[in-house]
Write a protein that binds this ligand. Structure first.
Ligand code: SAM
Length: 412
């Protein structure tokens, strides 16, 4: 539904409800409820007008959609006015109890006051859609270099009242640095469900929340996923900001030509499960992205070499964006020695990118058979099929090899 239409409906609802509130047939509490709902509808219209004004100002910019939400989420009228808030809550409760049921059966959407049976315009539904929850912003923060915070991240962190942070002590200096006055609430791996409830309660009050982790993008080997899932489940808008992420930053420096990559994150900490995990990745033709802690970097690289193959290429991205940033690209088989050569190379934070599996060439025996059959002028398909049956190698691989041989012959 367009913003203008929703606004019009909200205005209509406000007028109708105030008229209704004056009807003598209504009991006192019903009049109060109607008045409160009129206020709430008015408030919805006002917020939508604010959002629209913002939208029109910025209509030429790609980010205009977000600006609308931001303006709506922070309209002062919704945040500070206790009466409006109470009205919103009443509206929400009524909507939960009645609107959805009525919407399904009514040809023209409307809902009924529970006791009086008075029709209430469907603007209430629109109102709930536009004001029920403020947005949840997912905000990446620098990996090391404070200058990497984006202007938009700074704006959001300075505008919201609440920041849900993985470690509030860790994030406080960053917020101070950018001049953000938001209150912090802890959202770490051990309290994520409780934190999600708290975040939702704030969003329900019309208070936008920004979710951040210690560094990089929340939810990427970091807490955040459960809070985001709760927000989606409640119907709140989730607005992700692009920004720092060690995996993507390292990939950009890898120079691998694989079209696909797989983010694995942290491998298991013990060698047995780690090698088992690596085995499942060994045949994949994708660049593999790992995170690793400094005290495990040597043993992990040794296991990677064993399970993925020494001939692959690895990019070691250490301390990205920090003073001792190191980017080293070398064969996986040489990586352990390179790390061991200087204890400083094993310190700090690591992202590793390993090149994908390349197709194994057919073994020598299969190739020999294929060449034999081709020399006898067998058709390529038949030669590949026979060589595959006799050698146990893949027919398609051998057919590809046959094409290569025939190609070489024509060139000869
Ligand atoms: N959410 C973060 C992101 O978006 O990249 C990742 C958080 S995870 C808990 C921390 C791990 O990310 C580190 O142990 C390291 O493997 C990797 N990492 C974080 N910062 C890094 C940096 N500056 N250089 C290299 N790797 C980094």
């Amino acid at each position: 539904m367009g913003v203008e239409i929703v606004e019009q409906h909200a205005i209509e609802a406000a007028v109708a409800l105030s008229r209704m509130a004056q009807q003598p047939v209504l009991r006192r509490e019903e009049q109060t409820a109607a008045l409160l709902e009129a206020d709430a509808a008015d408030c919805a219209a006002e917020r939508l007008r604010a959002a629209q004004a913002h939208f029109h100002e910025h209509r030429d910019f790609a980010l205009a959609g977000d600006e609308v939400d931001f303006a709506a989420a922070h309209a002062k009228v919704a945040r500070d006015d206790d009466k409006t808030l109470r009205a919103q809550i009443i509206c929400r409760q009524r909507l939960r109890a009645h609107t959805i049921r009525t919407f399904r059966i009514a040809p023209r959407p409307f809902c009924l006051f529970p006791k009086t049976g008075q029709p209430v315009f469907h603007a209430h539904f629109a109102f709930a859609m536009t004001t029920e929850y403020a947005p949840l912003y997912v905000v990446p923060t620098p990996l090391g270099n404070l200058a990497d915070i984006s202007e938009r991240a700074r704006d959001v962190l300075c505008a919201v009242n609440w920041v849900a942070a993985e470690d509030t002590r860790h994030s406080a200096p960053l917020l101070r640095h950018i001049g953000a006055k938001a209150r912090l609430l802890a959202a770490h791996a051990h309290n994520e469900n409780a934190a999600a409830e708290r975040v939702l309660a704030l969003l329900a009050k019309g208070e936008a929340v920004a979710l951040i982790s210690d560094a990089g993008t929340p939810g990427i080997s970091d807490p955040g996923a459960r809070i985001v899932a709760h927000a989606h489940a409640a119907g709140a808008r989730v607005i992700p900001l692009p920004g720092p992420c060690a995996a993507v930053t390292a990939l950009s420096a890898a120079g691998f030509s694989e079209a696909h990559w797989l983010f694995f994150g942290f491998l298991p900490s013990r060698s047995g499960p780690r090698r088992a995990a690596l085995k499942t990745l060994a045949a994949l033709p994708y660049a593999l992205v790992f995170y690793e802690a400094p005290h495990r970097i040597l043993e992990s690289v040794a296991d990677m070499t064993q399970e993925l193959g020494a001939e692959r290429t690895v990019l070691i991205a250490r301390e990205l964006s920090k003073q001792f940033e190191t980017i080293q690209r070398l064969p996986l088989g040489e990586a352990a020695d390179w790390l061991a050569a200087d204890p400083m190379r094993q310190k700090g934070e690591f992202a590793l990118i390993v090149s994908g599996a390349t197709k194994a060439p057919p073994a020598d025996e299969a190739k020999r058979l294929l060449r034999l059959f081709l020399a006898e002028n067998l058709p390529m398909k038949q030669a590949a099929k026979l060589a595959a049956t006799l050698s146990g190698h893949g027919k398609n691989e051998l057919y590809a090899y046959a094409l290569e041989i025939r190609g070489q012959r024509t060139e000869d």
